[in-house]
Design a protein around this ligand. Sequence first.
Ligand code: SF4
Length: 646
Amino acid sequence: MARAAATKTDSLRAFFGPGGQLQAAQGEGFEFRPGQLEMARAVADALERRRHLLIEAGTGTGKTLAYLLPAVASGRRIVISTGTKNLQEQLIFKDIPLLAAALGRPPRVACVKGRNNYACRQRLDDLETQPALLTIAELETYRRIRAWARESELGDRAELDFLPENSPLWERLNARKEICTAQKCPAFGDCFLTRLRQRAQEADLIVVNHHLFFADLTLKQRDLPGVLPPYEAVVFDEAHELEEVAGQYFGVSISTHQLQELARDAEAWVRLQVIAEGPWLTRVQHAVESGTALLLDLAEEPGRFELKERTRFLEDHQGAYRRLLDNLRAAGNELLAAHDSAPEPETLARRIIDLAERAELLLEGDETGSVLWHERRGRGAILGATPIEVADLLEENLFSRCDTVILTSATLAVAGSFDYLRGRLGLRHGSERSIPSAFDYERQALLYIPDDLPDPREPEFVPQAAEIIAALLAASQGRAFVLFTSHEQMRETYQRLEAKLPFPLLLQGEQPRHLLLERFRATPQAVLFATSSFWQGVDVQGEQLSCVIVHKLPFASPSDPVTAARIRAVNEAGGQAFMEFQVPHAVLALKQGFGRLIRSSRDRGVLALLDGRILRQRYGPIFLESLPRYRRTGRIDEVRAFFAGD
Ligand code: SF4
């Protein structure tokens, strides 16, 4: 045993160490990172002993290769789950090819994304026979997609650089489950998803994102066939996001968008003569009208709110609710009774019945353990139920079923402890490790916390903080992110500074997130004003981002119904939600926000936190102990001197 461990250690050093295989593949770009080797050893050990592992790896550790190599070397089929589709692509196009070059042999890899990323051959065929259902502008794009689908190996829309992100035509052509007839489909054998499943069956590594992973897990929880084949271990990168994503998938919802999509698909199948028209179609249309009116009535105000008076709401809207359920059920039954050899009527019927069941569950079912909420988003509305705790669900469906789950991220620990995350995720067993960042934060970064600003809850805070932001941006010459916890304060600060600052200012909401980021990278001295979606998963290396200003400590808003329910649950169980839930949650968010600044050993810059509560309140030391060892100051002249290079 001791000899086997020593051999494993030697082989990891021979890969990651100076003069090793990684250096041979990377050439001049190589830098020996002891933390990377340490992490690879911990991951290899967890895989060998078949135990769970929580491993925080500071920025610059090179954690991706540190888990990829032991995963490949283990000889087991392992799922790697990343935070986003973009990170999946980074693994597929950057990290795995580097690993393959260093090893001299490519691992067998399958990248599995959500179904709507892939083309549906059957829908492409359907439209071929009915080109009149396309507009002239769509016809040309359709022909290009059709030609591409004939040649494409993967059928992944990422290969279509001419297709706009929100293409309505792609909505009609993608392989989403609502319109899929699965084994009964004539194109099943040649379907891109069938081929993808086969590749996943043969792969050593299956690269997914958290959304797809939990979509698969919740299907299997209901004994339905999932997308992923059996696997022996899972590595979650960006594991700090798991509670949030798991909550979405273990929950249930219906939306005006789903209802309207149902009506569109039903009408399209009638036009395509895939399903014969009948009274069922009118019933679907009536159900969609009633359901849409019901949801819009429920979610009148923009934002997400708890549904508190469900019984009363139902009494007041009994008519619309009954029309929704009765019409859906009657349409579903009619389609089931009438369906002949064609599979589409049955697929549509099951979808209609599923919608009715979800509506009934949300408005009349047992709500214990969940929080019911409604949300108005633009012109649409959603009614949903989210589990208050996901710990037991994860324990039952993940940690007790799979013997090796590895959770990694740059932000897992709070003041050196993993207890918060273990508790939230229900991970009771397994080991834990912290790998410090490879960067020299004391030299590369300065943390500025002014001690003379009013408390952020005071009305004078926003105008005075705006003055400090202006002074900081003058010192950094723009090149900054200003991160807010509230849209309102972001807009107010932006308006106060817009005319005063000589730098190009970008405001979240002006453009989609990725375009805003591209503009930020390409615009000298740009300043981006943003809220939560820019606190994490954003990587801007080099001088273009030299200053990150955090307006307030990022406490989750207790006005959000899911956060409020979680706070209540901790208090009702005898705990202290503020210290046990809200503070650690905010600590991880702050670590993420600050993590945007130093992305390489050459980066240098200033972090500013304008919320003086970190210096005055009893929870302040928990935040400060959780951050890397930055040099700290309360003086703006030291910030100026830092940028002047002194
Ligand atoms: S099996 Fe489903 S996704 Fe695949 S081609 Fe047929 S309908 Fe489309």
